[in-house]
Design a protein around this ligand. Structure first.
Ligand SMILES: Cc1cc2nc3c(=O)[nH]c(=O)nc-3n(C[C@H](O)[C@H](O)[C@H](O)COP(=O)(O)OP(=O)(O)OC[C@H]3O[C@@H](n4cnc5c(N)ncnc54)[C@H](O)[C@@H]3O)c2cc1C
Length: 327
């Protein structure tokens, strides 16, 4: 009886989303009354066994194979599917990042099983092998759907940021088992071959404070006041798609369905109307302050706090007040 959690990493650096995976998998394993096994694949994976143990894994499987050097969805999926079969997994889970969902989709296809992605809640029921009840997000997060999953092995991901990562009350036994999956070169059709660092340090996805600008900012130069406020608060600048479409900021700064999903302590959205495609990327923010000239804007009605007025006056005034209070 095993729940298998797929952890993501890049050459020995655990992905932040994998802390969410361990948190949700611990809760799921407790609900199922089963052991939590973690699986790590690729170069330098073994170095992360301690983190998986600290996260509650009773067993840490480390896949070793020359094809598994860097991330490749087909090879990772094939290795996890083989492992799920050999350990008799009742369920396989990951966090629903692009990679997490891609690997689980590969696992499901190879095992000829259904896959439910981006869950927000999972109820395993009586643990008699019967169907699970799940709630998952659809349409980029704008719709919650109740579903049932009936399959001999349940393959599910929790949505990224659907739950908050938390440390385990106590570590798991952390028994490390290495295995060599039966992979061949044809599974290495898609692999990471290069890494381009787009941003260092605090990123949009992990920043505690995000100050975003929309069309209301008016120009590339207009973002200078947002850069100043973000720097004062130790945060980063984000933007809407209207801004990236205009070429005022690069796509890596875009918040939303086709940008980055953020979960800061506070999101300051200035000159952004709050279209659904933007909102799905911002809705996991703990608190939202909207600054907008339109009191009827969607972002204003959804925000915890709002200032109705011209961002070009309000944003510098906030920065100045913070500086004044800090002396
Ligand atoms: C498939 C698809 C995917 C998409 N993905 C994304 C995505 O990932 N992210 C995203 O953001 N959008 C996305 N969009 C686009 C989205 O639908 C909206 O068009 C976009 O978010 C609007 O950007 P905005 O709020 O900056 O601009 P607008 O909707 O034009 O809003 C500008 C706001 O600024 C306010 N304003 C104007 N001047 C000032 C001022 N001086 N001071 C204060 N407020 C002012 C206005 O009142 C208004 O509310 C997507 C669309 C599609 C179809």
């Amino acid at each position: 009886m095993t729940l298998l959690a797929v952890l993501d990493h890049d050459r020995g650096k655990l992905a932040e989303a994998s802390l969410e995976t361990l948190t949700s998998a611990r809760a799921l394993a407790a609900q199922m009354g089963t052991d939590l096994h973690a699986v790590l694949l690729g170069a330098d994976a073994e170095a992360l066994a301690g983190q998986a143990e600290a996260g509650g894994a009773a067993v840490v499987h480390v896949a070793q194979h020359e094809v598994l050097v860097d991330y490749g969805p087909e090879a990772w999926g094939a290795a996890v599917a083989e492992l799920a079969g050999s350990v008799g997994a009742l369920a396989v889970t990951a966090t629903g990042t692009d990679r997490g969902n891609e690997v689980l989709a590969q696992v499901a296809a190879r095992m000829d099983l259904p896959f439910v992605a981006n869950c927000t809640e999972i109820n395993t029921g009586a643990n008699d092998g019967g169907a699970w009840s799940l709630t998952r997000t659809q349409w980029g997060g704008s719709l919650l759907e109740d579903a049932t999953l009936d399959a001999p092995v349940k393959i599910v991901s929790y949505g990224h940021h659907a739950i908050e990562a938390a440390p385990a009350d106590e570590p798991g036994a952390g028994e490390v088992r290495t295995f060599t999956p039966a992979l061949d070169g044809s599974l290495a059709r898609t692999v990471v071959t290069d890494r381009v660092v787009l941003s260092q340090g605090v990123t949009l996805a992990t920043a505690p404070v995000v100050v975003s600008g929309g069309r209301g900012v008016g120009s590339e130069e207009g973002f200078a006041i947002l850069d100043e406020l973000a720097a004062e608060l130790g945060g980063v600048v984000g933007c809407s798609r209207a801004v990236t479409n205009n070429g005022w900021r690069p796509h890596k700064d875009q918040v939303g369905q086709t940008g980055t999903r953020i979960a800061p302590e506070i999101y300051i959205a200035t000159g952004i109307s709050g279209a659904i495609q933007h909102w799905v990327g911002a809705m996991a923010s703990k608190k939202i302050l909207a600054i907008n000239t339109d009191p009827e804007a969607n972002m204003v009605s959804k925000a915890d706090y709002a200032v109705i007025g011209d961002l070009h006056e309000i944003v510098p005034a906030i920065t100045e007040e913070i500086r004044r209070r800090r002396g």
